[in-house]
Write a protein that binds this ligand. Structure first.
Ligand code: 1GP
Length: 239
């Protein structure tokens, strides 16, 4: 089970692929980079990728090239595919928009049950700068070093029964969230804590793992700098 593997430290890095950015032409090369990098799995999702057919095609293409688990990271009730191994069934807790807190989830629940994949309930928190996902998700951004607010949301998420937490600065963020936030949150909650957005170097990734993060997510770096991706993953696993 993917959640269990996260809990036992067996999924310390995930690579995010955006269905709007991968295609038949580039997928082979991207998957070769990921397969050689030591990443523990692939997340499929993107703020604008909401088309079921596109997501389904993306998962099918990825599966052709790897044995790594594929986890849906949906931005809408339509961004799902039965071919994935699991889904992060997410609620964007700091959204102003009810749709992102519980609307899409209600729309998708019955279809997901039919798909019989592993469902991992995930509290999603967006920090500044938030980038596209912050805008699309209409998030009340949490300050990147606002420990108090982050802690309050995280405790609420755990008390509400979420299985994992995702602390997100937004894909392409110029810098990630502050290490202090990760330290405080992981000190107080027992569920796995995933950190992503703007992580571009091994030292930052390692600091987050040392601060108690369970899993680091990188997206953009896989294509831009494959060598750096491998270095980041090596630093995470060198503990
Ligand atoms: C996905 O935020 C991560 O949720 C990915 O961010 O593209 O900045 O690595 P980057």
């Amino acid at each position: 089970m993917i959640l269990n593997n996260m809990k036992y430290g067996r999924i310390s890095h995930l690579t995010l692929l955006d269905p709007d950015k991968v295609n038949e032409e580039n997928i082979g090369r991207i998957m070769e980079i990921i397969n050689n990098s030591g990443s523990d799995g692939i997340m499929v999702g993107g703020s604008t990728a909401t088309d079921t057919a596109v997501v389904d095609k993306t998962v099918t293409m990825i599966k052709k090239y790897t044995k790594l688990p594929v986890i849906l990271f949906p931005s809408a009730s339509t961004a799902i595919s039965p071919k994935a191994d699991a889904i992060f069934f997410m609620s964007l807790l700091n959204s102003r928009d009810r749709e992102y807190i519980i609307g899409h989830q209600v729309k998708a629940a019955r279809a997901i049950r039919e798909m019989k994949m592993e469902v991992i309930s995930l509290a999603y928190l967006i920090f500044e700068p938030g980038m596209t996902v912050g805008r699309v998700g209409n998030a009340i951004l949490i300050g990147r070093d606002d420990v108090e607010t982050a802690l309050s949301y995280s405790l609420a998420a755990e008390m509400l029964g979420f299985s994992a937490l995702y602390l997100e600065a937004g894909s392409g963020a110029d810098r990630p969230i502050d290490k202090k936030v990760v330290e405080s949150v992981t000190h107080e909650v027992t569920i796995p804590v995933i950190v992503g957005g703007g992580i571009r170097d091994p030292q930052t990734a390692k600091e987050f793992i040392d601060a108690g993060a369970t899993t680091i997510v990188t997206g953009t770096i896989a294509e831009k700098d494959p060598n750096m991706l491998a270095k980041i993953i090596k630093s995470i696993k060198a503990r």
